[in-house]
Design a protein around this ligand. Structure first.
Ligand code: SF4
Ligand code: SF4
Length: 359
């Protein structure tokens, strides 16, 4: 484990053959210990009522017993809920700026779900392609994603309607598949293969292991039963945009709490504030939500004062505007917004119900 693994932000899958090995489930703690010599390793963790990715503290991998997915999406490791952008000091009539040191620590996010890895690829389009956000990119460029396929998806999941599946390895560097007492470990990208290749204690895979993993993948996909009809969704939303009655009906029970957006792995709205005490201060960036009534408050007007306008914005941004800009729907089907909404608002029902208007 001496040589450093270099990581590019875009998965390099030039060699399509995955490198497959396997490990006993009881040895995952040792594996994390080995990887933590090179990376800051993050694993799912329970904190009070919530679950999120936190730095691994050297304990056993007990999270494997309860983990389905985290409440807090892994985007928080790249776009923190609150971060300092720079400090400043008032000096007579001007300000002296002191840039914040960028977080470029080599990280390994362990057991990220495929939908959440796909969400990071969607966020890259905003924070890397549309403009270069140094805070996000310094974290993202130095992170290796180790995916864990889902064998127990929630009722609210609909990744299979979004062109994905519970074992989608498109945006992870290494993929883990639960094959009983062992995990299959597949290096998917060059850095992922490199890490698998130099990791001690992995065993060779048998044909029976591969057959078992294919069975597990197939069975897991069939457990995702929620279906969302995305056919012509951009056009259907565009033609329904002015249908106030429809959107009022859709938004009726929403209480504008913002949970669905703050915890959505592809939502990235933020607010920027300067906090100052005497002559010194800091510019802070924090998560924000288009569900909040004051979100779009501007000096002249608030263009989305009504709740139905804000709910429409949330849906259209994901399923109409993001595809217009980046040719991809900004929803992975992770289902968080459905299972965490306090009033059971359901984006899948909305997408399925929005109809094309003929006039
Ligand atoms: S979580 Fe539910 S109630 Fe809260 S803003 Fe979203 S849809 Fe509305
Ligand atoms: S809109 Fe809902 S289902 Fe889609 S990615 Fe966001 S939280 Fe997940």
């Amino acid at each position: 484990m001496a040589k450093k693994t270099s990581k590019k932000i875009t998965p390099d899958k030039s060699s399509k053959e995955a490198m497959a090995k396997k490990i006993n489930k009881g040895d995952i703690g040792k594996l994390l210990g080995q990887w933590s010599q090179e990376f800051a390793v993050f694993v799912p963790s329970k904190e009070g009522d919530t679950t999120k990715m936190v730095g691994w503290g050297g304990e056993d991998a007990e999270f494997l017993e309860w983990y389905r997915n985290t409440v807090m999406p892994p985007k928080a490791s790249f776009l923190p809920m609150l971060e300092e952008m720079f400090r400043f000091q008032k000096d007579k009539g001007s300000y002296k700026l002191d840039p914040t040191t960028l977080d470029d620590q080599e990280k390994l996010i362990f057991a990220i779900r495929p939908c959440d890895a796909n969400a990071l690829a969607i966020l890259d389009m905003t924070f890397r392609d549309a403009y270069e956000d140094p805070y996000y990119l310094s974290r993202r460029r130095n992170a290796l994603l180790v995916g864990l396929g889902c064998t127990n998806p929630y009722d609210s999941c609909f990744c299979t309607s979004m062109g994905s599946n519970p074992f989608d390895s498109t945006n992870v560097d290494i993929m883990l598949t639960d094959i009983g007492d062992e995990f299959l470990i597949e290096g998917m990208t060059e850095p992922g293969k490199e890490l698998v290749g130099k990791t001690d204690g992995l065993a060779e895979v048998t044909t029976a292991n591969v057959v078992k993993s294919e069975e597990v993948k197939k069975a897991s996909s069939s457990k995702v039963t929620r279906e969302v009809n995305t056919r012509d969704i951009k056009e259907r939303l565009a033609s329904s945009f002015e249908d106030e009655d429809y959107w009022k009906n859709v938004a009726e029970k929403c209480i504008s709490c913002g949970v669905c957006t703050l915890l959505c792995p592809t939502c990235y709205c933020f607010d920027i504030n300067d906090e100052m005490f005497k002559q010194q201060g800091a510019r802070l960036r924090s998560w924000d939500s288009c569900a909040f009534p004051i979100y779009t408050k501007m000096p002249v007007e608030n263009p989305r004062e009504e709740k139905w306008q804000r709910v429409r914005q949330k849906v259209c941004h994901k399923y109409e505007f993001y595809p217009m800009n980046f040719d991809v729907i900004a929803c992975t089907g992770c289902g968080r917004c459905i299972r965490l909404c306090p009033v059971n608002w359901d984006i899948a029902q909305t997408i399925n119900s929005v109809a094309a208007k003929t006039s």
